[in-house]
Ligand binder design. Structure first.
Ligand code: SF4
Ligand code: SF4
Length: 219
């Protein structure tokens, strides 16, 4: 089933798929599931360039790919359930009562936590997951399951922001505090999510995202 599932996820538009052991997390976080599947879809270098130069005013590609990643997660959960296992897609439509707290804007098991366990990257001062290869230029969604899949947990990567403050300096509403992430750190020490305008400037202008864009763009 694993090979069939992974090749179908890739065929349906994912750029990366990771399977993560979450069995050692507290049950209130893993909700009784032992494996998480992380699905990622890259933002195009052209889109990053357009936002950088402000030739793109509306970041519709970002929202389309967010939506696509969630649709894909829901398809994966249905596929796994069809094979006789339990699975739960952590799409926005499913992350309601008991899975997401609106008041604090936190989910029980965030995609970013799963991404950290997978070794994909680290949490930057912009509170986004940064992958060395892609910067923050991707959308993610996750599926929790009890299907037996081979897993690829890696060592937690500590932030590689160093002395950079680009995201803090560029945020138009000053909600990034410039704090370096540490495991189990309260997110509110890094960013005030309640006043974030979702403008994506901190995503686009992060040097890691710019490196991804410059390495992959065809001009
Ligand atoms: S998305 Fe925009 S408003 Fe939100 S933290 Fe990033 S730069 Fe600031
Ligand atoms: S812009 Fe700089 S400080 Fe902000 S997340 Fe990227 S590397 Fe870290």
């Amino acid at each position: 089933m694993v090979n069939e599932l992974i090749s179908e996820i890739n065929f349906r538009g994912a750029n990366f798929v990771k399977t993560v052991d979450i069995s050692r997390l507290p049950e209130k976080e893993n909700m009784g599931y032992d494996t998480a599947i992380l699905i990622g879809i890259l933002l195009s270098p052209e889109f990053i360039l357009g936002l950088s130069k402000e030739t793109i005013a509306v970041p519709s590609e970002f929202w389309e790919k967010e939506h696509r990643a969630q649709e894909l997660a829901e398809w994966v959960a249905d596929f796994i359930v069809g094979k006789g296992y339990k699975a739960f897609a952590q799409s926005d439509g499913n992350l309601i009562n008991g899975y997401f707290e609106e008041a604090t804007k936190t989910s029980v098991l965030p995609h970013k936590k799963i991404a950290i366990l997978s070794g994909l990257g680290w949490i930057g001062k912009n509170n986004l997951l940064i992958a060395e290869e892609y910067g923050c230029a991707f959308c993610m969604c996750t599926v929790l399951t009890n299907a037996s899949l081979s897993i690829e947990n890696k060592k937690v990567i500590m932030p590689k922001c160093g002395g950079c403050t680009v995201c803090k300096d560029i945020c138009p509403v000053n909600v990034i505090h410039g704090t370096t992430w540490e495991p189990n750190m309260n997110r509110d020490l890094i960013v005030d999510v309640y006043h974030c305008k979702c403008c994506l400037k901190c995503l686009v202008h992060c040097p890691w995202t710019q490196n991804y864009m410059k390495s992959n763009i065809t001009l």
